[in-house]
Design a protein around this ligand. Structure first.
Ligand SMILES: Nc1ncnc2c1ncn2[C@@H]1O[C@H](COP(=O)(O)OP(=O)(O)O)[C@@H](O)[C@H]1O
Ligand SMILES: [Mg+2]
Length: 358
């Protein structure tokens, strides 16, 4: 696909370049004219992003196609909010974040962050925002971690005392002490992610965008990252916009969640409301001593699949698993069990099914 979409490739290259620059840009006068404490800190009004894609359809034949990645998106985020931004692959999440950082220019609509138009004043905005892309690093691959931080110290012209204070804090809370002298390429994914988060925070940004920060991380690393983000938001009031595939990230961090699909906002509200809207279910997987007919589960749980001695029981995500487990264990010879959380794709799929049926 990459080979046949030449224009896309160039646009992607330009993006990469700008992502690099975003770190390297310096602006005299870090103070901005934005109104502090303004209620809507992030503001989108009918924002659109259309990509022109040319694909090869044959020898010397090309077809032009437009991809509407973001399609009339409107929302506001207040200062200090921690918002989950979720949706299926290709929904337009990363494109939104790139517009919020000024890496991409909207094709239409109005967008402001801290009163700044990101694509027109990317440099000025760079002092107010931090961004972490889970899929790529902003750190210098061959340098020890600390050298990347020193470079950022100079590039962002962070006052010495502030730099040291922020670095110390990040090193402590993200447990980076022993990693500072290690070249980035030798870090594990979880270590690198913590390193990237620290890098995004050295200049005290008011808002932090995280695009899939826990992707590919093990359970321990995920817990560290979540704990850190929670503290950051509580102690510093940093506004956080978090894109993730892991519903537990949202559960543990965000009181508000926005669901986007095909570039449009499908839901904006508390996570509980999303569960209700999507009638989200968890699954109890039980291994019985032997093959048995489907378990007679207490309502509203029900068996949705049987495979040999293993059975799958769906139950509402809001219900306690403990009660269900106790009831099943009472009557059936249980060998092992596990509970599966609903994944975002499933929640969203159900939400659509509901709407279609309504
Ligand atoms: N630079 C680009 N050129 C062309 N199409 C793009 C580009 N970036 C993203 N897209 C397309 O825009 C849509 C949204 O992509 P993206 O914002 O990356 O989604 P998400 O982050 O939600 O998975 C997809 O269809 C994707 O293929
Ligand atoms: Mg993405």
């Amino acid at each position: 696909m990459a080979e046949s979409e030449t224009e896309t490739d160039t646009e992607r290259e330009r993006e990469t370049e700008r992502e690099r620059e975003a770190g390297a840009e310096t602006a005299a006068g870090a103070e901005t004219g934005a109104v502090p404490g303004a209620r809507a800190f992030i503001e989108l009004d009918g924002v659109e992003k259309v990509f022109d894609v040319r694909r090869r359809t044959g020898f010397l034949r090309r077809e032009r196609r437009q991809v509407r990645a973001v399609d009339g998106l409107s929302f506001t985020v207040s200062r200090g909010e921690m918002v989950g931004y979720i949706g299926p692959n290709g929904a337009g999440k990363s494109t939104t974040i790139k517009m919020l950082t000024g890496i991409l220019t909207p094709s239409g609509g109005r967008l402001r962050v801290a009163g700044i138009d990101p694509s027109r004043e990317r440099t000025r905005l760079a002092h107010r925002i931090g961004v972490v892309f889970g899929q790529r690093t902003t750190l210098w691959w061959d340098l020890p971690l600390i050298d990347s931080y020193r470079l950022m110290h100079r590039m962002y012209r962070i006052p010495d005392a502030r730099y040291r204070e922020n670095l110390d804090r990040c090193v402590e809370l993200l447990q980076l002490g022993e990693l500072l002298d290690v070249p980035v390429r030798q870090l594990s994914l979880g270590q690198r992610m913590r390193g990237d988060i620290a890098a995004a925070l050295l200049h005290d940004p008011d808002v932090l965008y995280l695009d899939e920060p826990t992707i590919g991380l093990d359970v321990v690393s995920k817990a560290k990252v979540r704990g850190f983000l929670r503290d950051l938001n509580a102690e510093r009031g940093t506004t956080v916009l978090l894109t993730t595939h892991d519903l537990q990230d949202i559960e543990q961090l965000c009181s508000r969640v926005m669901v986007i699909d095909h570039g449009r906002l499908m839901y904006d509200g508390p996570l509980d409301g999303l569960h209700e809207a999507g009638e989200s279910e968890r699954t109890l997987v039980v291994d019985l001593e032997r093959e048995l007919p489907p378990i007679e589960a207490p309502e509203p749980a029900r068996v949705v699949r049987v495979e040999g001695p293993r059975q799958w029981l769906a139950f509402p995500a809001s219900a306690s698993a403990a009660g269900l487990v106790a009831r099943v264990a009472e009557r059936y010879p249980l060998v092992d069990l596990s509970v599966r959380e609903p994944d975002i794709e499933a929640v969203i799929a159900r939400m659509y099914a509901e709407r279609a049926g309504a």
